[in-house]
Design a protein around this ligand. Structure first.
Ligand code: BEZ
Ligand code: FE
Length: 290
């Protein structure tokens, strides 16, 4: 490209960035000027045709149009599938080594789900019976009593209650509390892998780029203990075929849980009321101070 033309294009970037110089809020000024520079650098790099730029605008427009006020949030899905959600998570949760790692929040959390007793079954639909239990502790190994574990997972059909009108209210969701010794216990079904919504612009982007839309099986947690940092994370089933290719890049090795088989006549089965074999997952959560 001739240097005069290139200089004019670079000058345009400088002019636009300078237009934001009067922004009174310094953080907003930094965000806008950096956005302009990176966006211009991207456009300068790929040199889109006008048709391509219009296609990009159409894509973003449709991403907004498919969102609803409830569970469909295509912009979160876009951020997730581009790995941006995990990058924001990593930047905001640089924790001490012993602390449990966080992962992506996802769009399917629902607030105000039922309070559940220790060991209560949150599965109102069928699946392979499972028990996930362990302790919540601080980074010095002391038990955290009264921690609230807000949990959610899909039914065996791969859909969350709220997303699937056939499921009863509160199915596979609930708020458990750790006991005086920090112990918690969740009776549920074994999580399954499932596709993220594929019928919108993000699904089309994934198909066009040869990516699959599956997430490895997982149980979501949001854990709050007074005076400690909130933990948003998942526990993934070991041996899931999608562990190495999660559509939203959320897997961390420390969050992979190996379930073991327990018999219907085991002491745990008696204690938690299982009348058949079940999968037991043992995991301890460690929360740093706020
Ligand atoms: C989820 O695990 O619920 C989820 C996370 C990111 C995108 C879609 C779903
Ligand atoms: Fe999920």
């Amino acid at each position: 490209m001739n240097t005069a033309i290139q200089n004019a294009e670079t000058a345009l970037t400088d002019t636009v960035a300078a237009a934001f110089a009067p922004t009174p809020d310094p953080r907003l000024r930094q965000l806008m000027q950096s956005l302009v520079r990176h966006l211009h650098a991207f456009v300068a790099d790929v040199e889109p045709t006008e048709a391509e730029w219009m296609a990009a605008i159409r894509f973003l427009t449709e991403t907004g149009q498919i969102c609803d006020g409830a569970v469909r949030q295509e912009f979160i899905l876009l951020s997730d599938t581009l790995g941006v959600s995990m990058l924001v998570d990593a930047i905001n949760h640089r924790k001490p080594g012993q602390a449990t790692e966080s992962t992506v929040f996802g769009p399917f959390y629902m607030a105000g789900m039922p309070e559940r007793e220790t060991g209560e079954n949150m599965a109102l639909t069928p699946g392979e019976p499972a028990l996930v239990h362990g302790y919540v502790r601080d980074t010095e190994g002391r038990p955290l009593a009264g921690a609230v574990l807000d949990v959610w997972q899909t039914a065996a059909n791969g859909m969350y209650s709220g997303q699937d009108s056939a499921q009863p209210h509160g199915n596979l969701r609930g708020r458990y509390r750790s006991g005086a010794d920090g112990a918690f216990a969740i009776r549920t079904i074994l999580p399954v892998s499932y596709p993220i919504p594929g019928d919108g612009p993000v699904g089309r982007m994934m198909a066009a780029t040869g990516r699959h839309i599956f997430r490895p099986a997982h149980l979501h947690f949001m854990i709050d203990a007074p005076g400690h940092q909130r933990l948003v994370t998942h526990l993934f089933n070991a041996e899931d075929p999608y562990l190495a290719s999660d559509a939203v890049f959320g897997v961390k090795p420390s969050l992979v849980l190996q379930y073991s088989r327990q018999g219907a006549d085991s002491p745990l089965a008696k204690r938690f009321g299982f009348d058949s074999d079940f999968h037991e997952g043992l995991y301890d959560f460690v929360l740093p101070r706020a």
